[in-house]
Structure formats: structure tokens, C-alpha cells
Design a protein around this ligand. Structure first.
Ligand code: S5P
Length: 254
């Protein structure tokens, strides 16, 4: 099913926007912009912005974070038409994550269209985040699987995470996963640990190719970090990933 045909299978406005923009812009690439200064983050978002559907941030690794960074990111999100996904990986009880999402230094709910959560605390984590995120039209991803060697998000843990998503379909828009896990076309599957070369890093990350992730494993979005931002020419490299991801999607549709 084409991304745009899946709009009607979700009621969440962020999921609908994402499906629409992927088809319009013809990209299923997300950049994981894991850099530690504001200037690098803004430069990369501006350079690579035309190639991506989502900019994925780890806002708490930016050493000179300030409100101006958020204003600039919002401006770039509009200029290049991408969504912002703060990869916060919430993991506490509902009442605590509510504050972590809404308050503190980062006020994540005010600017991140998408964020994500581990399911280890049980469904109260979703209920807590939902209280803050739903009125703002935000979307949540659950970490149903992970890319790193030896991770515990497998088997029953994964299955229980899927059930939690189905019970909160208005707010949970999909999964961080290595493959499509549910037949419901309203859920969006995003896969990290993607590189044009398969292999591992020295800290447990395991890389798969865009074609394997999108065509064989039927995921929807490739999340690429070091493969792009560590390249000598991040724009050219992002274009390679964009083409590889989109061609794999086109082949899957055949
Ligand atoms: O299981 C996971 C989940 C996530 S969100 N494995 C991951 O690697 N990630 C994130 O994807 C990770 O935090 C990082 O931001 C990105 C992968 O970056 P790369 O440099 O390894 O491509």
C-alpha cells in the first residue's frame, strides 16, 4: 500500500501529515543528527533537510542548547518540509514522563512532532505522555525492537508492546522496529541501524542496508546517522540513502 493510501487508516494528525509528506516529497529517509553543537545541528538540518521526511534529534547531547536552536529547527522544518522527532526514549512511570515531556529544560512536547517511549513501565507511560501530547496533535512511537546486539526487546516484550499500541491508536503512530510487525497499515515502522555497508560498530550497533529494511523487512522509514553526518559530503551521501530507500519502497509496491 502506498504511504498516501495509509492516511485514512490513522486518525492521528502527525501520522497523517507524515504519510502525506513522504509521498509528496518522495522520501522515506530520516536523518539521525547526533551532533553536539547547535551550529553543526542547524547546518546539517539545512543541508540535508531537502532529502528527508524526518529530522531525528537527541536534544540533550547539544552542549550549547538554547531556545534559539528550537526556533531555527522549527523554521527549517517548515522551509524543507520535514517533521521533527525527538528520540527521548522515555522509560518512567506515567506521572514522571508527563513532566519530562512537557517541562524541564527542553519542553519537548512544544516542538517535537514525534517522540518515543520504551514499554518497560507498562501502558501507564503511554497514558501519561498522551495527556500532554494529544491536545497538541503529537505522535508517539513505541520501541518494539532495537537494533543493538543483545537487546531485550524481543519475543513477548515485543508482542506486549504491539498490544499497547493497538490500545492507544489515537496517539501511538507506530514503532521503532527492525521490520513490519503488524498488518495494520495505520502504524508507521521506523528502523535505525541502517548503513549502505552492513556490519557493526564497536558498541553493539548492527547495520542493515536500506533495501533489506524497506523491501524485505517491510519497514517504512530508514533512520541513518553516522552513515550521513560523518561522510565528507553529507548532501551527496544523504541523496544516496534517499534513492536507495525510495527505490526499495517502489520495488516493494510492485
Ligand atoms: O534500537 C535503536 C533505536 C534507536 S532510536 N537503535 C538506534 O540506533 N536508535 C537511534 O538511531 C540511535 O539513538 C541513533 O540516534 C540512531 C542510529 O545512529 P547511527 O549513527 O548508528 O546510524
Amino acid at each position: 500500500m502506498k504511504y498516501s493510501e495509509r492516511i485514512k487508516h490513522t486518525t492521528n494528525p502527525t501520522a497523517q501529515n507524515l504519510f502525506r509528506l513522504m509521498d509528496e516529497k518522495k522520501t522515506n529517509l530520516s536523518l539521525a543528527v547526533d551532533v553536539t553543537t547547535k551550529s553543526e545541528l542547524i547546518l546539517l538540518a539545512d543541508l540535508v533537510g531537502p532529502e528527508i521526511c524526518i529530522l531525528k534529534t537527541h536534544i540533550d547531547i547539544v552542549e550549547d542548547y538554547d531556545n534559539d536552536l528550537i526556533i531555527k529547527l522549527q523554521h527549517l522544518s517548515e522551509k524543507h518540509n520535514f517533521l521533527i522527532f525527538e528520540d527521548r526514549k522515555f522509560a518512567d512511570i506515567g506521572n514522571t514522563v508527563k513532566h519530562q515531556y512537557q517541562d524541564g529544560v527542553y519542553h519537548i512536547a512544544d516542538w517535537a512532532h514525534i517522540t518515543n517511549a520504551h514499554t518497560v513501565p507498562g501502558s501507564g507511560i503511554i497514558a501519561g505522555l498522551r495527556e500532554v501530547g494529544m491536545p497538541k496533535g503529537r505522535g508517539l512511537l513505541l520501541l518494539a525492537e532495537m537494533s543493538s546486539k543483545g537487546n531485550l526487546a524481543t519475543g513477548d516484550y515485543t508482542q506486549e508492546s504491539l498490544k499497547m499500541a493497538e490500545e492507544h491508536k489515537d496517539f501511538v503512530i507506530g514503532f521503532i522496529t527492525m521490520r513490519k510487525l503488524l498488518d495494520d497499515p495505520g502504524f508507521i515502522n521506523m528502523t535505525p541501524g541502517v548503513n549502505l555497508q552492513t556490519g557493526t560498530d564497536n558498541l553493539g550497533q548492527q547495520f542493515k542496508t536500506p533495501d533489506l529494511v524497506i523491501r524485505e523487512n517491510e519497514s517504512d522509514i530508514i533512520i541513518v546517522g553516522r552513515g550521513i553526518y560523518e561522510a565528507d559530503d553529507p548532501i551527496t551521501e544523504a541523496q544516496k540513502y534517499r534513492t536507495a530507500g525510495w527505490q526499495a519502497y517502489q520495488r516493494r509496491l510492485l
